[in-house]
Write a protein that binds this ligand. Sequence first.
Ligand SMILES: [Zn+2]
Length: 151
Amino acid sequence: MQPGADLPKINPLTGKPFPVQVDDGKLQVELDSLSYEVLRKAGTEVAFTGQYYETETIGVYKCKACNAELFRSDEKFHSGCGWPSFYAPTKDDAVILLEDSSLAPRIRTEVRCAACGSHLGHVFEGEGYAVPTDQRWCINSVALVLEPKNT
Ligand SMILES: [Zn+2]
């Protein structure tokens, strides 16, 4: 992933176009610049600045670029890392995982929306959090829209 390059419209894992083809020109107009930078250029919001890192509101987190359901408040936990953290996505196939060597030699696992291919964040494993999966899905607030659920 070259900095500044728009993300591909083809799923690199399958070689097929993503089911939702986002219009980058339209998104650039509709979204604030940080959201666009994170979603479409694989940027990262500054830790502890995002809208959702602390929230405990019950609901579903959707992709800000295409509205696909990605995460739920049920799997959200306080990791202390400064970004919204989940121990699992809504469904395994809601996201795709790619190797990210942008901080080489450190290799990270990048998380993208499986519907539109937008960048969401990274997933880390084996950090010892007391969560069922031992995974921390570290997701940018600006990549998400929380749809609160009326209980
Ligand atoms: Zn999406």
